[in-house]
Design a protein around this ligand. Structure first.
Ligand SMILES: NC(=O)c1ccc[n+]([C@@H]2O[C@H](COP(=O)([O-])OP(=O)(O)OC[C@H]3O[C@@H](n4cnc5c(N)ncnc54)[C@H](OP(=O)(O)O)[C@@H]3O)[C@@H](O)[C@H]2O)c1
Length: 262
């Protein structure tokens, strides 16, 4: 279900389109993230991934305030810490205050609380959506069974499951399972989860005159997976954005699929 978001490849979440490429911000400090996000905006990213747990929402808010981009053009994700059950509303209000926004585009349950599906937490996340504080709602690090449990209990399926992903973790059963449930697959740690020295990536990279890291990002986009690489270095922030436009052939995508070690 391909789509476009202001000229960027995207996937439709229904009420909003989500750019396939986002800027990951884990382990970028609140002080440093403002400049990093400024560089990301200049490089063309419009989608940011943060979390209450990253401690950098205020710094991202400063970047948003100074960027002067139209709110519609931006896609902002933040996440509910798994131990914030019972204070979901307070948590999203604090996130919005720090970000300087009246809503985020996607709010995720960061991990299954206590390892459980926790429908009571999901119910409160859905309530925040109904109240207009968040446009779309989803989960992260949930199994297909846990997704089914919260969907059955609350009557609303998550729009997205954000999971650790990359060519080595490529798993057709997971892809199909999420697709059947109408849940968008958003991958995290795309580079950390990959052996960038792999010769197959090297060959494809050489064919396009790019780096193996860029091939990994291009592979996600070719499949329609959302991908959120993080970098603190301006030249890599730019290179990772450019990667989303590297046109892999079907054969090259299949060669990278072949790295999967399920
Ligand atoms: N939901 C969850 O539980 C969860 C968990 C983990 C991550 N996430 C999200 O996913 C985002 C991405 O994951 P991640 O930060 O774990 O890992 P990642 O994006 O796969 O990798 C980041 C690492 O790769 C390096 N790097 C970046 N661009 C590169 C390039 N072009 N070539 C070579 N190395 C490059 C970075 O170093 P430099 O910074 O020095 O460039 C950094 O060490 C996070 O920032 C966060 O937003 C979510």
């Amino acid at each position: 279900m391909s789509d476009e978001h202001y000229g960027l490849p995207a996937v439709s979440l229904g009420p909003v389109s989500m750019p396939l490429l986002g800027f990951g911000t884990w382990q970028i400090s609140d002080d440093d993230v403002t400049a990093a996000v400024g560089t990301a905006f200049e490089a063309g990213y419009r989608h940011l991934d943060t979390a209450t747990g990253y401690g950098n929402e205020a710094g991202i808010g400063r970047a948003l305030a100074s960027a002067g981009l139209a709110r519609d053009e931006l896609f902002i994700t933040t996440k509910l810490p798994p131990d914030h059950g019972g204070r979901e509303r307070q948590t999203i209000e604090e996130s919005l205050t720090k970000l300087g926004l009246d809503h985020v585009d996607l709010w995720l349950v960061h991990w299954p609380p206590g390892g459980q599906a926790a429908p009571e937490v999901w119910q409160e996340v859905v309530r925040a959506q109904q109240d207009g504080l968040v446009t779309s709602v989803g989960v992260s690090n949930y199994s297909l069974e846990q997704i089914d449990e919260i969907t059955r209990a609350v009557g609303v399926a998550p729009a997205v499951n954000q999971i650790k992903w990359g060519p080595l973790l490529y798993d057709v059963a997971e892809v199909d399972g999420l697709r059947e449930r109408g849940v968008v697959l958003e991958g995290y740690s795309p580079l950390k989860a990959t052996d960038l020295d792999d010769p197959v990536l090297g060959e494809v990279a050489q064919a396009h005159g790019v780096t193996p890291a860029q091939v990994v990002i291009a592979w996600h986009v070719a499949h329609g997976f959302v991908v959120i690489p993080k970098s603190s270095r301006p030249e890599r922030i730019v290179a990772n954005a450019e990667a989303a436009r590297v046109p892999l052939t079907v054969e090259q995508v299949e060669a990278v699929d072949g790295l999967a070690r399920p």
